[in-house]
Write a new protein. Structure first.
Ligand code: KIV
Ligand code: NA
Length: 270
């Protein structure tokens, strides 16, 4: 297998093959996800909740993200894996200025990330442009942006009614600024499907956004059925009917590729 790169992801998209992404936070699970054929591994700041026991991602620091990105990158290297590694820029590490965002992104890139992810639209457009111009691939994140959960008023569906137009414009501006991927979290399926058509060079990766996106992502712990709380409705427990983590992750990859996950009737909003 060839290492995953941006041209390789473009190829997958061009032939209508779904892009698969899972989170991982340590060397071993990252290597298993890679072996299962997951193309993109997101070292998400969701690690604050699933590894650190926090109640939101707001408390995750850049130093903690660096530690986990390093661990994942070492795991992939150890098994000569091919996964594309995305490092989440945590809360407070890119809001201050473009320069601060570059310094923080540098930390994650030097830890082994191939791309960084940041949340939000509007003001982030200039930040994305600044990073992309300097050779750092960027994944955006719109819809439910967990770092701003306190401003949003809770973990709820975004982009309904009036705000759909705003989300759509933000996504187009992020693509124009050079973002090559965008996570769409908890947005209505018709909106994420329409947006996918409007964003040819920025691959939409859905989570709770229906099956019309270019790819899908889940938090690893959720799809393995281990969780400290209640699973959101967009999650499927892939351990059901599978005897190993490798089999469960392989089933996730197969279900995303053949379009059976997510099921719009069960896992999405309209
Ligand atoms: O941190 C994370 O795991 C994420 C995904 C849910 C997209 O941002
Ligand atoms: Na995140």
């Amino acid at each position: 297998r060839k290492p995953i790169s941006l041209p390789r992801l473009n190829e997958l998209r061009a032939r209508g093959e779904k892009i698969t992404m899972l989170t991982a936070y340590d060397a071993t699970f990252a290597a298993v996800a890679d072996a299962a054929g997951v193309e993109c591994i997101l070292v998400g700041d969701s690690l604050g909740m699933v590894c650190q026991g926090l109640t939101s991602t707001v408390g995750v620091t850049l130093d903690t993200m660096r530690y986990h990105v390093e661990s994942v990158a070492r795991g992939i290297r150890r098994v000569q894996g091919t996964a594309w590694i995305i490092g989440d820029l945590p809360f407070g590490s890119y809001q201050e200025s473009k320069e601060q965002a570059l310094r923080s992104a540098t930390v994650l890139m030097q830890a082994g990330a191939h791309m960084v992810k940041l949340e939000g639209g509007g003001w982030t457009t200039d930040v994305v442009h600044f990073l992309v111009e300097r050779g750092i691939p960027v994944c955006a994140h719109l819809g439910l942006t967990p770092q701003t959960v306190h401003a949003l008023g809770g973990y709820r569906v975004q982009g309904r009614g009036e705000s759909a137009t705003q989300l759509r414009q933000e996504a187009i501006r992020l693509q124009d600024a050079g973002a090559t991927m965008v996570v769409l979290e908890m947005v209505p399926e018709p909106l994420s499907t329409a947006l996918t058509q409007e964003l040819p060079t920025c691959h939409t990766i859905g989570i709770g956004a229906g099956n019309g996106t270019a790819g899908q992502v889940l938090v690893m712990h959720d799809m393995l059925g281990v969780n400290l709380g209640k699973n959101p409705k967009f999650v499927h427990n892939f351990m059901e009917g599978h005897a190993s983590v490798l089999d469960a992750m392989s089933a996730y990859v197969a279900a995303v590729k053949n379009g059976t996950f997510p099921d719009n009737a069960k896992h999405a909003w309209v």
